[in-house]
Design a protein around this ligand. Structure first.
Ligand code: GCU
Length: 836
């Protein structure tokens, strides 16, 4: 009989803060039984920096923790062992395997047949991947007998961090950088090692550690040494590091490097400069993966500054790293500011315009890194046509795990279903099946390089990304980069099992929420291909539809009183649809064959245009926004049904976010439907828009020490107004007599939580205090903050099950703090069962 591991008995008492992500190695519950697992781990490489050695350590640790079984690491084989090493090392030691195993670079063979476990990598890193796969099985209570080879679909499986040397992270929502602070590399790299472990466990083989908007000071001799320490820390996990470069570095007076007067990529002094710097880097990091370059985009310098082509710019770096086996990831995110009064101007055309003419001119070790859609990480975009336009250039897709335009980790949005719309898209190149994922793997155009990059932006927060549930996106990214045909729901189930345990109800509940989350977010943030209608000029977080237009950024909606959408047809618009291969071009050229979910991406139509669903565009907007917010309002309750099945800290932290999302989804909904109702003048068939029977506007209440404030943008306040205290030191109150029928109500208070102050509030009903709270979400939520009353700072707090009698006095007392004048928008009284 098996003796229960002690840790299994204490189960959920195990402290959990998210730091180990999906690598918790939680003790299996007592209900699970398992077959014999060898006690002897044979490690065929004892060099401590080798991923094979790491694999042995990881197996020992994992088996101890999951099964409560001590293992011995040795180099002696007995009959019953877990044998870990490269396939070559195995064959040297034991002779050929009984069957032929076909391994590609980084692949592994895993066999659990009989009483021996074989974990054999094509290379050292592949061996570690095999060990993590085996441990993932054990941690999920899966003891089936398997024997298979697993190979990655594509060689490039990178992540990008947009970390700045000062320790901030561009579009990062999980705290400060784990790599940098105060202009250099941090001393304590413990978190870097833990990050490398997470990366390796899902098959990621390289990381670019600094922001694409790069800084030349990364190239000082001190910083190069520091990068060497980072590389040393990640090497045992098989994760190579890469660097983002600032194109004009030679002219920046970089300490310890020569200072030139030009950064012209064809200038011989510039070539020498980069050759020298590259050689210094490879001295410190002999296995550096390569460079990532953002050039001539969003204010970044590049080769075009000197009338050189982007290919000439990319090849400058490619030649510098080529002798060391490095590669250059050159970003296709290149575009100029445009004029909206030009009907044919289109930022979506930029990538094909810039890169198609250069096809064949990039050196072999250049990979063009292409965002999944033609604009910028929007909630829905068509697959970038550039994937179909480069036949003689290696390509990688750029995804974004960090939810820049998708709720900044305060909204639950499981992204893989969005990524799938691109990876599984058939470009019909030469009228033949040509899925984007096959193009990336190099199969379609016979390229030896290619693959995946994702902007992850983990930070020092214990949860890495700021939110426990967002870690599913990180996990799934690695899994899909390894095998993009995997079922994204199944990936989520595995992740949930590893992260929250084996309770089927927990797995089903969280996975079902995840599956519904991207459609819900799309529903309340931007429909029919109009893009995420967020504030593109400020924080990219809350709603601000009009910020898309009347500026040079080219994320236009072209909404007026009667019509909306970008005409990207060849016949009458920007011609973008014609940049796809003929069959796809024909599909997008015509409204009748354009899928509804991309209608406004490709066509400029009246609000009354009928969709394939039979609804008009405007009614679809209204219905979708209501449906999306309704779904988001169920998440917190569904999560709450898991109380007791998830450890307290992670449960409470996630609950806070899901409640926040419930409120913010309503702010999104109301802002967008109000905006389009206002601009189109078309009523909602169901009479919901602008009609809120359970709401009391703060500006309609008796104000004492408060004054009325006109909110901008108008649609981010109910009836366009809120109230704020008459000064930043006045304690104010607002009150009114309630006339709702007596009964139990769920109360919501919509207020604004600005960065730069933590106002305090108290709500009383019938002289009984219902609740007190602070506008202090800046201490809990990592989204980009706002210092204004707007769609980013707008929030709702709720109080359940409150007794209300007719004639009760409702009173809210607000105590301002800092720049925050205790702003209140409205109060809503929802009878039991009524969702707002
Ligand atoms: C987006 C993002 C920027 C980033 C840019 C890029 O526009 O908002 O912060 O620098 O993408 O990918 O280079």
């Amino acid at each position: 009989m098996r003796i229960l591991p002690y840790l299994a008995l204490i189960g959920l008492a195990f402290a959990e803060d998210g730091l180990s992500g999906w690598l918790r190695y939680a003790p299996l519950p007592s209900s699970v039984s398992w077959p014999y697992i060898p006690h002897n781990i044979v490690v065929l490489n004892t060099t401590k920096t080798s991923p094979v050695y790491t694999a042995g350590q990881e197996l020992q640790r994992g088996i101890q923790s999951i099964l409560g079984q001590d293992c011995y690491v040795s180099s002696d084989s007995t009959h019953e062992s877990i044998i870990v090493g490269t396939l070559d090392a195995y064959v040297n030691a034991y002779g050929n395997l009984s069957q032929t195993v076909d391994l590609k670079e980084d692949g592994f063979w895993l066999s659990t047949e009989g009483n021996t476990v074989q974990i054999l990598g094509q290379n050292e890193r592949g061996t570690l991947y095999g060990a993590f796969e085996y441990l993932s099985m054990l941690a999920q209570g899966n003891f089936s007998s398997v024997a298979y080879a697993s190979n990655p679909d594509a060689p490039i499986r990178w992540v990008n961090q947009w970390d700045n040397l000062d320790g901030s992270i561009e579009r990062g929502f999980g705290g400060a950088s784990i790599f940098f602070a105060n202009g250099s590399i941090v001393d304590d790299l413990t978190r870097v090692a833990e990050y490398a472990r997470l990366l390796a466990s899902v098959g990621i083989n390289a990381i670019v550690v600094n922001n694409v908007n790069a800084n030349s000071t990364i190239l000082t001799p001190d910083n190069i040494n520091g990068l060497g320490r980072i590389a040393d820390t990640m090497r045992p996990y098989g994760v190579q590091i890469g660097l983002s470069l600032y194109f004009a570095s030679p002219t920046q007076g970089v300490k310890g490097q020569a200072n030139l007067t030009t950064f012209d990529p064809l200038d011989s002094e510039v070539v020498t400069w980069w050759t020298n710097v590259t050689s210094q880097i490879y001295d410190a990091i002999p296995d550096m993966a390569g460079y990532l370059v953002k050039a001539n985009s969003e204010g970044q310098p590049g080769p075009i500054t000197y009338n050189r082509t982007l290919a000439e710019g990319a090849n400058l770096f490619a030649k510098a790293v080529q002798p060391y086996g490095g590669i250059v990831m050159f970003r296709a995110f290149v575009y100029n500011q445009l004029n909206e009064s030009d009907w044919k101007a289109d930022r979506a055309n930029a990538a094909v315009d810039f890169f198609k003419p250069l096809d064949g001119e990039f050196d072999d070790n250049v990979v063009v890194q292409i965002k999944y859609g033609p604009i910028d990480f929007q909630v829905r975009e068509p697959a970038s046509p550039l994937f179909a336009n480069l036949r003689k250039t290696s390509m990688a897709v750029e995804l974004q795990v960090s939810q820049e335009y998708l709720g900044q980790q305060t909204h639950l949005v499981y992204l893989p279903p969005l990524w799938e719309t691109v990876l599984g898209f058939d470009m019909r190149v030469d009228n033949e099946t040509s899925l984007v994922r096959n193009i990336l793997a190099g199969r379609t155009f016979e390229r030896s390089l290619g693959g995946y990059a994702a902007v992850v932006n983990v930070g020092t927060n214990q949860t890495w990304l700021g939110s426990h549930l967002s870690m599913a996106n990180f996990y799934a990214y690695g899994k899909l980069a390894w095998d993009p045909t995997q079922d994204t729901t199944k990936i989520h189930e595995d992740w949930t099992r590893l992260t929250f345990g084996l309770d089927q109800n927990v797995i089903d509940t969280i996975t079902q929420m995840a599956v519904e989350s991207w459609p819900a977010y799309e529903n309340y943030s931007g429909n029919l291909g109009i893009q995420t209608l967020t504030d593109i000029l400020y924080t990219h977080f809350g709603p601000n539809p009009q910020s898309q237009d009347n500026n040079g950024w080219g994320q236009w909606t072209r909404a007026d009183h009667d019509t909306i959408g970008m005409d990207r047809t060849v016949s009458n618009g920007t011609g973008f649809s014609g940049t796809y291969p003929p069959q796809i071009a024909a599909m997008y050229e015509n409204i009748s064959t354009t899928p509804d979910d991309l209608l406004l991406w490709f066509h400029h139509v009246p609000y009354t245009q009928r969709l394939k669903s039979g609804k008009t565009v405007i009614q679809h907007f209204y219905d979708a926004h209501y449906a999306g917010a309704e779904t988001a309002q169920t998440f917190a309750a569904r999560w709450q049904s898991l109380r007791g099945k998830i450890d307290d800290q992670r449960f409470d932290e996630q609950l806070y976010r899901l409640k926040y999302q419930a409120g913010h989804s309503i702010i999104w909904r109301d802002a967008i439907v109000d905006f389009y109702h206002n601009i189109s003048g078309i009523a909602d068939d169901h009479n919901r828009v602008g009609n809120h029977p359970w709401r009391i506007e703060a500006e309609d209440m008796d104000l004492n020490g408060y004054k009325i404030y006109t909110v901008n943008p108008f649609e981010t306040a109910s009836k366009h107004h809120a109230v704020i205290t008459s000064s930043n030191s006045t304690v104010g109150s607002i009150s009114t007599t309630l006339s709702f029928p007596p009964g139990k109500y769920n109360i919501g208070v919509n207020f604004y939580d600005l960065y730069g102050g933590k106002s305090r509030f108290e709500i009383r009903v019938g002289n009984v205090t219902v609740g007190m709270w602070k506008g202090d979400s800046e201490d809990y939520l990592g989204h980009t903050p706002s210092i204004y009353l707007d769609g980013h700072s707008a929030r709702r707090i709720t109080f359940g099950n409150v007794d209300v009698r007719e004639g009760d006095l409702l009173e809210i007392v607000g105590m301002p703090d800092g720049i925050e004048p205790a702003p209140v928008d409205y109060v809503v009284f929802l009878p039991e069962g009524v969702l707002d």
